[in-house]
Design a protein around this ligand. Structure first.
Ligand code: NAG
Ligand code: NAG
Ligand code: NAG
Ligand code: NAG
Ligand code: NAG
Length: 804
């Protein structure tokens, strides 16, 4: 029989995944110590089938269709340390014959989980001969609906880690774990989807438990806390109850953490307490804060619940001070209330929206909070609350890591450091930079600053040296900030900057100021608007590479591969700089009808693509001359307004020609976005644009398909229009759709279909709408609609010139 296989061999390691093997390959080197035959079609392991590989220490046979193991299957594998048979069809009550594990005298880890795929309602005896595994340390196994563990389980004297994976159990009685070996120190029960009832003393037999992890199982917090009954007055390092309270159908399970619920854990000494994601809506003052041993706590995780610190904030922070060893506090993802909530005032059948009165909320702002000096890691992120803290004071603090991102409260706190500070990591993402900058003193030790999604473009506009409070930064993440330009002095000199992340911005040229960062070794400009990397940047990057490894991330930019940019194309394949995707980026090729191809493919068939580059060059000079002529003509029309019609005809015809070449077909010439209060002006506009100038205009009340979803219609019509006009009137801010349309316009502009964006303001000043258009500012044409007749004529002319 031919045992042809294509295993990947690497000295003493053999990996034979996805080979459709039905038997263990026999022609591998005898000396291998690692063998992975996962993802094959093994159904059975026959007698001595593996006995040739006597040196094996790790054997992985996951994801096969094994149903039976011969009692001699592992004969000779006395050195085996790890055996994994997960995701097969091995039943704990019949697939494992006695004697099977006898040869495995050194086995320390066994994974036979996710084999019991069906839920049976009968009691299942675990006949698997685990008593032969004298030195087993870690066991991963399924927990069936009605498990019956025999006394032989007690023989695994050295078992410390017990993981149940695939859990169908619904009732854990006082007796269920009766035969479990008593050296188990870590118990994991994370996959029980059926509601599990745990009798009070069910965990009694785990005498030496040190980690109890129920995370993810459907247990309900109050039951889980109740199961701690046998551990009263004991020390357990980790009590991990994340996400164990499930929303039952139609039932309200919101949890109020009361004294009664914590009666057992109260007397315990716990290092890590994780109560995240449990629908806790309120913590009664005396409960959590009245633990007998707060000094044991090192990590406290309370995220993704719904309780507020409202009336117990003061006591909570006092508690943090009492927990003398506490290093990590995580209190994130707490949506309590939104700023300025709108309420409904109902009067008979009518209702109107009213703004909540501030009186009530205003009083809840905490003037200042003094964080305990022993805290090292604090995460307060994604908090949306009607309260707030004015000032956070840190005295001689050990704090290294602070995340205070997406923090939407009434005020953003000011930070004061007294004495030394060791803060090295700060994340203030998701909050407008205008709010956060200025709230921190000089942080000498700060190495990493993350400011994702912080609307930084607003600051880069006209500020200098904005990071002077963090002079020693090594890593700076400014992704998702709509930045398209950085002026030379904005960032300051940051002499130690090594890692700069500018991905997800809108650069179409790489700012020259980056070349002043001498130690830069990681630069991420992926997902921007770069069409080419110019020579001076490439040269600089290569120069950096000579000094140290330079990592350059450039993927997902709309590169253009044309005769002008082939230098860049070649550079990606020969530079020593480490590029993401190995420099194999997608690139748009105008020559081949605008298809996109990966650069490596283009290089392979280079001649097919760029054989005619020289000829093209002459064509370009010709086109250049032509466009020069057009410009000249255009200027002359400005002077001689009456020649307008000639140029109109010429330019339009020319552009149609270009468009046909580009394969862009527009259904409308111009899309008009407007609010209800400018109907009269709209009529006037359509009269001029459609009747006098002959353009096809798209406006929602007339051209949208009746009954189709509004957003889809807008997207579709904006996409089919060559230009867009925004009529901005005082009701602008009330019209959500206009904002949507602006976003679409930005998108279409970026994808290069939309050609012109014209903004006509009427009765509203430019300053009011500046931020809306900030990211596309340079490309927007503004007209402030005048009131005098004479001026109006000029404005029409301006518009006409832009639209043609
Ligand atoms: C192996 O199993 C896969 C998936 O079940 C199946 O498509 C394939 O035909 C099997 N190959 C052999 C040789 O049995
Ligand atoms: C198992 O626990 C017993 C006490 O219950 C102890 O004497 C023994 O040393 C432990 N064995 C191991 C390997 O930890
Ligand atoms: C389980 O043990 C606890 C504590 O010993 C006891 O109160 C309870 O009645 C027991 N439950 C059952 C069903 O035996
Ligand atoms: C909360 O409990 C502490 C002691 O446990 C007490 O001193 C404090 O007054 C309580 N606060 C409130 C608001 O009940
Ligand atoms: C830069 O930031 C983006 C988005 O936050 C992230 O996906 C990417 O991994 C970061 N790049 C580097 C080099 O860390």
């Amino acid at each position: 029989m031919c045992n042809a296989h294509t295993c990947v061999l690497n000295r003493t390691k053999a990996v034979c995944r996805h080979q459709e093997l039905t038997r263990v390959p026999h022609d591998l080197p005898r000396i291998i110590i690692f063998l992975d035959i996962s993802y094959n079609n093994l159904t059975v392991i026959n007698s001595s089938e593996l006995s040739e590989y006597k040196s094996l220490q790790t054997l992985l046979m996951n994801d096969n269709i094994l149903e039976f193991l011969h009692f001699d299957a592992f004969c000779g594998l006395s050195l085996l340390i790890e055996l994994s048979l997960a995701r097969n069809n091995l039943h704990v009550d019949r697939a494992y014959p006695n004697g099977l594990f006898k040869p495995l005298i050194n086995l320390s880890e066994l994974d036979i989980s996710q084999n019991m795929k069906k839920n049976t309602n009968d009691s299942t005896k675990y006949t698997i001969p685990v008593n032969e595994l004298k030195h087993l340390n870690k066991l991963t196994i399924d927990l069936v609906h009605q498990p019956h563990f025999g006394e032989h389980f007690r023989k695994m004297r050295e078992l410390e880690v017990l993981i149940f994976d695939f859990c169908f159990v619904e009732l854990l009685t006082n007796k269920t774990f009766m035969n479990m070996p008593n050296n188990v120190s870590e118990l994991f029960l994370n996959t029980c989807r059926h509601f599990v009832v745990i009798e009070t003393n069910a965990l009694f037999y785990f005498n030496n438990l040190n980690t109890l992890d129920f995370s993810g199982s459907n247990i309900h917090l109050s039951r889980a806390l109740n199961a701690l009954y046998p551990f009263q007055n004991r020390k357990i390092d980790n009590v991990l109850f994340r996400g164990i309270t499930y929303q039952e159908l139609g039932q309200d399970v919101d949890i109020v953490l009361t004294n009664d619920m914590i009666k057992y854990i109260k007397s315990m000494c716990v290092q890590t307490l994780d109560l995240s994601n449990n629908l806790i809506v309120k913590i009664v003052n005396e409960s959590l804060l009245s633990l007998d041993h707060p000094e044991c706590l090192q990590n406290l995780l309370l995220s993704a619940n719904r309780f507020s610190l409202d009336n117990f904030a003061t006591d909570f922070f006092k508690f943090l001070h009492r927990a003398k060893q506490l290093k990590l506090v995580d209190y994130s993802y707490i949506p309590i209330a939104y700023n300025e909530p709108l309420f409904l005032d109902i009067n008979g059948n009518n209702y109107r929206k009213v703004l909540g009165v501030d009186r009530y909320y205003g009083s809840k702002i905490i003037p200042f909070v003094r964080l305990p000096s022993h805290l090292e890691y604090v995460r307060f992120s994604h908090i949306m609350a009607a309260t707030g803290m004015k000032e956070i004071v840190l005295a001689n603090s050990s704090l290294r890591h602070l995340e205070i991102s997406n923090f939407k409260t009434y005020v953003f706190p000011k930070f004061t450091f007294e004495g030394t500070n060791n803060l090295t990591y700060l994340d203030i993402s998701g909050i407008s930079a205008e709010t956060t900058i200025g709230k921190f003193p000089v942080l000498q030790h700060l190495e990493s600053l993350v400011m994702k999604n912080a609307q930084l473009y607003k600051l880069l506009w006209n500020n200098t040296n904005i990071f002077k409070w963090a002079p020693n930064l090594q890593s700076l993440d400014l992704s998702y900030n709509y930045i398209w330009r950085i002026q030379d002095a904005t960032l300051g000199n940051l002499p130690y900057l090594r890692n700069l992340n500018l991905s997800h911005n809108m650069f179409n040229v790489i700012p020259k100021v980056l070349m002043t960062f001498k130690f830069l070794a990681y630069l991420d400009l992926s997902i921007n608007q770069l069409t080419n990397i110019p020579k001076y940047i490439r040269d600089w990057v290569d120069l950096q590479q000579e000094k140290r490894q330079f990592n350059f991330f450039l993927n997902k930019n709309p590169y253009i591969c044309s005769c002008d940019t082939i230098d860049f194309l070649f550079w990606t394949s020969k530079t020593k700089v480490k590029l993401d995707r190995n420099g194999n980026y997608l690139c748009w090729i105008p020559i081949k009808n605008g298809k996109s191809r990966y650069m490596h493919n283009i290089l392979k068939f280079f001649r097919d693509y760029f054989g005619e580059c020289k000829a093209k060059m002459w064509l370009q000079i010709g086109t250049g001359l032509l466009s020069f002529t057009i410009c000249a003509l255009l200027i002359s029309t400005l002077v001689y307004n009456f020649r307008w019609r000639i140029i109109f005809f010429f330019y339009r015809t020319f552009r149609r020609f270009v468009e046909r070449r580009l394969d862009v077909m527009f259904k409308y010439d111009v899309y008009v976005s407007y609010s209800d209060d400018c109907e009269a002006f709209l009529k006037l506009l359509s009269g001029v644009i459609e009747k006098d100038w002959g353009f096809k205009m798209c406006c929602q009340d007339r051209d949208f398909t009746v009954g189709a979803p509004s957003a889809d219609e807008r997207v579709k019509h904006i996409h089919c229009s060559r230009d867009i006009i925004f009529l901005v009137t005082p009701s602008f801010n009330d019209n959500e759709w206009i904002h949507f349309e602006i976003e679409r316009a930005k998108y279409e502009k970026i994808t290069k279909y939309l050609q012109k964006i014209v903004v006509i303001t009427k009765g509203i000043s430019l300053a009011d709408i500046q931020s809306e258009f900030a990211t596309i500012w340079q490309e927007v044409l503004f007209i402030e609609w005048p009131t005098e007749e004479e001026e109006k004529a000029k404005a029409w002319q301006k518009l006409k010139l832009w639209l043609f």
